[in-house]
Design a protein around this ligand. Structure first.
Ligand code: SPD
Length: 285
């Protein structure tokens, strides 16, 4: 652990957007160059621990629940019977933990190319990894793009892409070829959900994601918005794509009676997250 000066900050800097978001830190707990990326963990003054990858904020103890819950629960309650789930990326295991809260899920394979992200999370973010020993969970450290290209058709109900941004190692998780394979691997009624960036600041990325999903043959798309304080602008999104069906339905009664604790997600939030501001509705039309 490296103790830092009183007034040190870690900043998530986006030169092309002219923005930066900073967290005050008291110590650097870990830093390494994995075969794929630079992983760092800091102790912050007000947000608990912070993980960055290649200098970009991935998560903090304090606020990661918004993102992980909204990547998992809306899609799981949109699907009538989600039994087999695949998470692409998600090496910190926060999304896995949320998925495993659903008793109807029989298996989850988490496929992250970088094993070091998971090993670092196990050491510094044990709360996110507390369900890793669940017998329904398999952790694989292989290329998710290749896995998807080779997976049997119609074998999965839900695919969650919990990736870094569409630059660097994760770029291939945002394109038509990858989405085509996801669609092939999904059963009828299956759903793909992709973290789809910050609508106000990164709208071109969101539009590209939706266009690629449509080009890959997904019949419907639904973008949900939610707060994510430590990501650019604090306003974030996830986009669901329905293989061959409309995404209007969700198991609202089940969501209302959810038998597990969440910090952000509930049935009302599920409904509300699909209500988009005017600028975004116009952009997505
Ligand atoms: N702009 C940062 C986007 C990072 C999204 N994924 C974070 C991983 C959390 N499981």
């Amino acid at each position: 652990m490296h103790k830092l000066d009183e007034n040190q900050w870690v900043s998530d800097v986006w030169p092309d957007l002219g923005t930066a978001f900073s967290l005050k830190i008291s110590a650097k707990l870990h830093e390494e160059q994995s075969p794929f990326q630079r992983i760092a963990v800091y102790e912050t003054s007000h947000f608990g621990r912070l993980m960055t990858i290649d200098g970009i904020i991935m998560l903090t103890d304090r606020d990661n629940f918004h993102y992980h819950e909204m990547l998992a629960h809306p899609a799981l309650y949109n699907h009538p019977a989600p039994r087999n789930v695949v998470i692409i990326g998600g090496g910190d295991c926060g999304t896995l933990k949320e998925v495993l809260k659903h008793d109807e899920v029989e298996s989850v394979i988490q496929i992250d190319i970088d094993e070091r992200v998971t090993r670092v999370a196990e050491e510094y973010f044990p709360a996110l990894c507390e369900s890793n020993g669940d017998p329904r969970a398999t952790l694989a450290f292989i290329d998710g793009i290749r896995w998807m290209a080779e997976a049997p058709a119609e074998s999965v109900d839900l695919i969650i892409v919990d990736s870094t941004d569409p630059v660097g190692p994760a770029e291939g998780l945002f394109n038509v070829d990858f989405y085509r394979n996801c669609r092939r691997v999904l059963r009828s009624g299956g759903i793909l959900v992709q973290q789809s960036e910050a609508p106000f600041l990164q709208l071109p990325w969101l539009l590209d994601i939706r266009a690629a999903m449509a080009e890959a043959g997904f019949m419907s798309r639904k973008t949900l918005s939610f707060p994510q304080p430590v990501y650019p602008s604090g306003f974030y999104s996830a986009t669901l794509a329905g293989k061959d069906h409309d995404l209007g339905f969700f198991r609202e009664a089940d969501a209302r009676a959810k038998p597990f604790v969440t910090e952000y997600y509930n049935a009302g939030i599920h409904r509300a997250s699909a209500v988009l501001p005017e600028f975004l509705k116009r952009a997505l039309d």
